[in-house]
Design a protein around this ligand. Structure first.
Ligand code: PGA
Length: 234
């Protein structure tokens, strides 16, 4: 399966401005499928800047229902209307900041599917869980609670302690968790690795079995860094 490189800008703008960022990606020879996930207000302008390219657009969250009295929230149908084909759900920052449960993450993923938007469902263990030898069990429990009954979805394995820290699990540890996730899910869904993916470690991580791409935070804020990661995708 073709690898996916997804960029998660989080609550940041890209470093060079949307037009320059989109231009750099548009002209790059890419093997990977690329998905850029900006904050909500930047979806429409980035969609316009990427028009005519193969680069896809993703959001970073959606509500679990299609419309209604939910001040400050955004429905998946609205994301689709703004040009998004994908949406990240259950990122650990949302699970922590907004107390999102597995059941809510699953409901959001299902709402995305109903809107024709593919959910990128994040799971990952804490450092304490890893140190206690419970990483795989923690992830299996999150998968059991968060995955919708049907495809399509993408899974992102993001160890919480590796996000934004510059720390990553060993290659063997990444491979082991990806194999565990593969055994627990469909043979066709992509399983992305996320957590301090950088140009310097991308080649080794993307070469691992059952690593079907990367979810990239900090290094997605400049097109040059994201492309230096994507160049290693197959
Ligand atoms: P990072 O973030 O690449 O900055 O570690 C990854 C993520 O949270 O998606």
């Amino acid at each position: 399966m073709k690898q996916i490189i997804a960029g998660n800008w989080k609550m940041n703008n890209c470093a060079e401005g949307i037009e320059a960022y989109a231009k750099a990606l548009r002209h790059a020879p890419l093997r990977a499928e690329m998905i850029i996930c900006p904050p909500f207000p930047l979806l429409a302008p980035l969609h316009a800047a990427l028009a005519g390219s193969l680069i896809k657009l993703g959001a970073q969250d959606c509500h679990s229902v299609a419309a209604g009295p939910h001040t400050g929230d955004v429905a998946a149908t609205m994301l689709a209307a703004a040009g998004a084909s994908h949406v990240i759900v259950g990122h650990s920052e949302r699970r922590t900041d907004h107390h999102e449960t597995n059941a809510l993450v699953r409901a959001k993923a299902e709402a995305a599917q109903q809107a024709g938007v593919i959910p990128i469902i994040c799971v990952g263990e804490t450092e304490a869980q890893r140190d206690a030898g419970h990483a795989a069990a923690a992830i299996l429990a999150q998968l059991a609670g968060s995955l919708p009954a049907t495809l399509p979805y993408i899974i992102a394995y993001e160890p919480i302690w590796a996000i934004g820290t510059g720390k990553t699990p060993t290659l063997d540890d990444i491979a082991a968790i990806h194999a565990t996730i593969r055994d627990a899910t469909s043979p066709t869904s992509h399983i992305l690795y996320g957590g301090s993916v950088k140009p310097a470690n991308a080649a080794a991580i993307l070469a691992l079995p059952h690593v079907n791409g990367a979810l990239v935070g900090g290094a997605s804020l400049t097109a040059a860094d994201l492309l230096a990661i994507a160049i290693h995708a197959t």
